[in-house]
Design a protein around this ligand. Structure first.
Ligand code: ASP
Length: 592
């Protein structure tokens, strides 16, 4: 028997028992007569003690142990004189009577404690050591529980988990595909799913009614902290549902998960139209933990002789309450420079401080009289001590820039409390996006998304400009400025689907070639249906107030898409090129 208890289990009620533990040596402190060791396993840490007076030979062996050696001890549980209130096992320790070394460890390349000195790539290379650290381990335990509770909830709502294939053909989520060459079909390739979208719709045609899957998806995109080439979705589809029924189901799931895992009661999720989100926050994923919404000033700021504003499509500002005194001229200059960095690209930043007695101090003071500035303050609700920050220019760009400024100010003003969760549904997205460069429409969500009922007629009969204004029955769940997931009611009508493919620039043949199987299925009694997918890694991160989804993935890839531990991707053998008929394409040899 390797152990009678684990390293997180023993309490005062166990004092007097003889126990056996197995685990890793985390730290060792040698006080001459006594050696104290912290012994760790997945469940916790227990202090064990070797006493020179009791057993000299045993104590000498204990002193030779190194960090991360795997040991087994047997000893007597006793009360600690020097208790550690920060540890569940902190009231007791074990007086060791027997020690065996189960396996020795090399000196680890970084410290395996809550705070580590290991850099990212080093930690990823030795991820098995990193996972021994409590915060990383806890993240993986959280993830496991989240998956189990998701299954419980959806099972309770009659959802059926169906596994869909991984070797498929391109799915239309708008990213690049990862492809896999087929040995048995020379010159042909599978694509890894960007999502199970087409399969889950086919499952609705198949009468499954409610489907879900916690599923890996693959997208070959440029990487960021909150993106990985492979990631996990809670993917769902439902038949005979309206938008509001889909939203209610997944609002229910989200509330259940927050309650069960974090004991947080989320408020009801408000709905915000895409247009309002853009107008008020300059983003389709607004962080609504704080207000500071946009106020448009065209009517009060233009026509007063300040050409920068006069020539702008949009003049828009936010009111930073109570910030007037906190910002010296130098601070404002710095903030302006921050806005002018290429990542944001603002041309300038106008400020107006409301000072004592209702006077104003502003970078554009010489163009505007006090009375004019007062109208701005009225519009923005700015009071004494507040600072209005204003941008102008081309509407879309300016809103994006002001969104960055709003978030930065929210951060600086301490308004983004990680303990507060503000969910909302953003609804009524545009159906199509017009791309000036390629002079083409793109599907804002994906090509199977239905226009809103009231727009269907216009979609079938309208002109080009009408198409730009069509609204989709699509929705996103946003929490604290992070898009947790999105979905839509789907088209199940052949004529609408054909029109959509037309608009997206597919010829009949192309649509047939890529999606013929789905369109074919739709001819055999497709029920009205809709669905959604949550980013599972992201949900884990947001529920824990963390930015990086990597912290919740056991074996993540770095920014270059590399797995540092197994060193992938890697070259393949020449025979593999031959077998897969890839010669003549790119190989280190053929590249020359
Ligand atoms: N397949 C979509 C996505 O991955 C989700 C959905 O429409 O259900 O974003």
């Amino acid at each position: 028997m390797y152990r009678s208890h684990n390293c997180g289990q023993l309490r005062m009620s166990d004092v007097g028992q003889t126990v056996t533990l197995s685990g890793w040596l985390q730290t060792s402190r040698d006080f001459g007569g006594m050696t104290f060791i912290d012994m760790r396993d997945r469940y916790g840490i227990t202090q064990i003690v070797f006493n020179m007076e009791d057993n000299e030979e045993l104590c000498a062996r204990a002193r030779k142990l190194g960090r991360e050696d795997v040991i087994q001890i047997t000893g007597l549980v006793r009360e600690r004189s020097n208790k550690n209130p920060n540890r569940p096992t902190g009231d007791i320790e074990i007086e060791v009577q027997d020690l065996s070394i189960l396996n020795e460890s090399k000196v680890p390349p970084f410290t395996i404690e809550d705070e580590t000195d290991g850099g990212d790539d080093l930690r990823m290379k030795y991820r098995y050591l990193d996972i021994r650290r409590t915060p990383v381990r806890n993240n993986l335990i959280f993830r496991s529980k989240l998956a189990i509770e998701t299954r419980k909830y959806l099972d309770g709502q009659d959802f059926i988990e169906v596994e869909t294939p991984v070797l498929i053909k391109s799915t239309p989520e708008g990213a690049r595909d990862f492809v896999v060459p087929s040995r048995m079909n020379p010159g042909q390739f599978y694509a890894l799913p960007q999502s199970p979208q087409t399969f889950k719709q086919i499952l609705m045609v198949a009468g499954m009614d409610r489907y879900f899957q916690i599923v890996k998806c693959f997208r070959d995109e440029d990487l960021r902290a909150d993106r990985q080439p492979e990631f996990t979705q809670i993917d769902c589809e439902m038949s005979f549902v309206t938008r509001d029924e889909v939203l209610a189901t997944f609002e229910g799931l989200t509330k259940y998960l927050f309650k069960t895992l974090k004991n947080i009661d989320l408020p009801d999720f408000p709905l915000m139209s895409y247009d309002d989100a853009i107008r008020l926050y300059g983003s389709d994923k607004p962080d609504t933990r704080f207000d500071m919404h946009f106020v448009e000033l065209n009517d009060v700021a233009q026509g007063k002789g300040f050409s920068v504003f006069d020539n702008a499509e949009l003049v828009v500002g936010i009111n930073a309450t109570g910030q007037a005194e906190k910002y010296s001229n130098k601070d404002i200059k710095k903030l302006t420079e921050w806005m002018q960095r290429p990542q944001i690209g603002a041309k300038g930043l106008v400020y107006v401080k409301v000072e004592a007695g209702g006077t104003f101090k502003s970078s554009v003071g010489k163009f505007f009289e006090e009375a004019a500035l007062q109208t701005w303050a009225d519009k923005m609700g700015a009071k004494e001590g507040d600072m209005m920050l204003i941008l102008s220019g081309e509407a879309e760009k300016t809103r994006k820039q002001l969104n960055e400024l709003r978030l930065e100010m929210g951060q600086r003003m301490g308004l983004m409390d990680p303990a507060v969760y503000k969910p909302l549904w953003v609804v009524d997205f545009p159906l199509l996006e017009w791309d000036e460069e390629s002079e083409r429409f793109h599907a804002m969500h994906h090509p199977f998304t239905s226009p809103k009922k009231e727009d269907q007629e216009r979609m079938l009969n309208g002109d080009h400009e009408t198409m730009k204004a069509l609204r989709a029955d699509a929705y996103d769940l946003v929490i604290n400025g992070v898009e947790i997931g999105g979905g839509s009611i789907r088209i199940h009508d052949r004529a609408l689907q054909s029109k959509n493919f037309d608009l997206l620039g597919f010829t009949k043949e192309e649509a047939e070639e890529q999606f013929g199987f789905l369109l074919g299925a739709f001819e055999y009694g497709a029920p009205p249906h809709g669905g959604i997918a949550f980013g599972f890694d992201r949900l884990c991160a947001v529920m824990n107030g963390v930015n990086s989804i990597r912290d919740f993935i056991a074996f993540p890839k770095n920014n270059q898409g590399r797995d540092m531990m197994i060193d992938a991707p890697s070259p393949i053998a020449d025979e593999q090129y031959d077998e897969l008929y890839l010669k003549g394409t790119y190989s280190p040899e053929t590249k020359g």
